[in-house]
Design a protein around this ligand. Structure first.
Ligand code: UDP
Length: 360
């Protein structure tokens, strides 16, 4: 696989004089960070990616392969036509309740948490209410999350909502990260540089060409879904998939004034609209490209995008790992799909560097 995990590993191994063949199912490299130039804008074709990290190692590594811009993610939520600032900050609390100081916001949240009787949050709903109160949960979290995951918030793990900062300052940077940005030439340019000097075979599905491919390599790194590798013999892991509806607009060059607008009500069928040009501050374009993202349950033939890390799936994944350890101890499973983990890009880089060190 030529996504970020596979590409970093390929680069590292190539660099240490290994011969590397990258086998990619799709017709292009890059996995889900793949970007394509459309009317002069690097469009994220499998969902918006914003590189952010606290790790100097990951940041320095990524910067060897790209020039990053200074993009700071500040999405907004559109709830029935009303706009709220994300992540949850003093801007959000002010808009929701008219509170002005951090103390007033904290008091409001505490009052709503107490009314709900939550002490130890056991799921996403309880975690959200105890972090930001019931009003924000109901308008900005509940329906959006249920659209994204297709499951009630009470059945989802609390860690998903802890990805988002809650701030008692007027700071609407979506990430608590020391470093943040987007490669000015698009994410695919990073992958192209990482893969320089490696053989790449596109449009080749490892699982259907296993007979021929297995014999070629001393070491196999598999970055597809681990359950697919074993032909789903212990049952299928669940994933969410996204459908992307791209629209090129020539009658405006600023459709929504922001890169990311989340639609947090139940009735809007899509989760969010991405306007890609705003990922590149100052980019002059004639026209703009927007993408509506629809989330649904993954089924065979769809692109798996998000692992659904609930208890059932996590224990099934553990069963697959045990199976792998017995049946193919030399195969390395990595990346979001191989490890069934809701990884961010910096974590993928760090993990790939760790794995390459182990191999070498
Ligand atoms: N979330 C939400 N409302 C929003 C944005 C995010 O409730 O407007 C919650 C939702 O549960 C989501 C989680 O926060 O699954 C993590 O969001 P993130 O932006 O990290 O998701 P990703 O960018 O990976 O799609």
């Amino acid at each position: 696989g030529s996504g970020l995990f596979g590409a970093v590993l390929a680069h590292e191994l190539k660099h240490k004089h290994k011969t590397v063949l990258v086998v990619e199912k799709r017709g292009n490299v890059g996995g889900n960070i793949y970007t394509e130039n459309i009317i002069g804008i690097h469009v994220h074709m499998y969902g918006a990616h914003i590189f952010h990290t606290n790790s100097k190692t990951a940041w320095d590594y990524a910067n060897r392969f790209a020039v990053f811009n200074r993009y700071t993610n500040s999405p907004i939520a559109n709830y029935k036509g009303e706009i709220y600032s994300l992540p949850f900050s003093m801007y959000t609390f002010n808009k929701m309740w008219g509170v002005v100081t951090p103390e007033q916001a904290k008091a409001k949240i505490e009052e709503q948490r107490r009314e709900s009787g939550i002490t130890e949050p056991r799921n996403l709903e309880e975690q959200a209410i105890s972090l930001v109160g019931r009003d924000i949960y109901e308008r900005l979290i509940k329906d959006y999350t249920e659209k994204q995951w297709g499951r009630p918030c009470r059945e989802l793990p609390a860690f998903i909502i802890r990805r988002l900062p809650v701030r008692f300052t007027y700071d609407n940077n979506y990430f608590n990260a020391l470093y943040q940005g987007i490669p000015v030439d698009g994410f695919t340019s990073i992958i192209d540089k990482l893969l320089e000097g490696c053989d790449v075979r596109l449009n080749c599905d490892y699982c259907t060409n296993r007979g021929e491919l297995e014999g070629l390599a001393e070491k196999i790194i598999f970055t597809g879904p681990i359950d697919e590798y074993f032909n789903y013999e212990l049952g299928a892991l669940e994933y969410r998939t996204l459908r992307f509806e791209n629209e090129i607009m020539t009658d405006t060059n600023n459709f929504q004034g922001n890169a990311v607008v989340n639609y947090t009500d139940r009735n809007t069928p899509y989760m969010r609209i991405i306007e890609h040009k705003h990922f590149y501050p100052g980019l002059e374009t004639s026209g703009t490209v927007i993408t509506r993202e629809y989330s649904s349950e993954w089924k065979l033939g769809d692109e798996p995008i998000y692992p659904v890390n609930d208890d059932r799936n996590n224990s099934l994944y553990e069963e697959y790992r045990k199976l792998a350890a017995v049946r193919c101890p030399d195969v390395i499973f990595g990346g979001r799909l191989g490890e069934y983990k809701y990884y961010d890009m910096d974590q993928v880089i760090l993990r790939a560097l760790e794995v390459s060190a182990q191999i070498l």
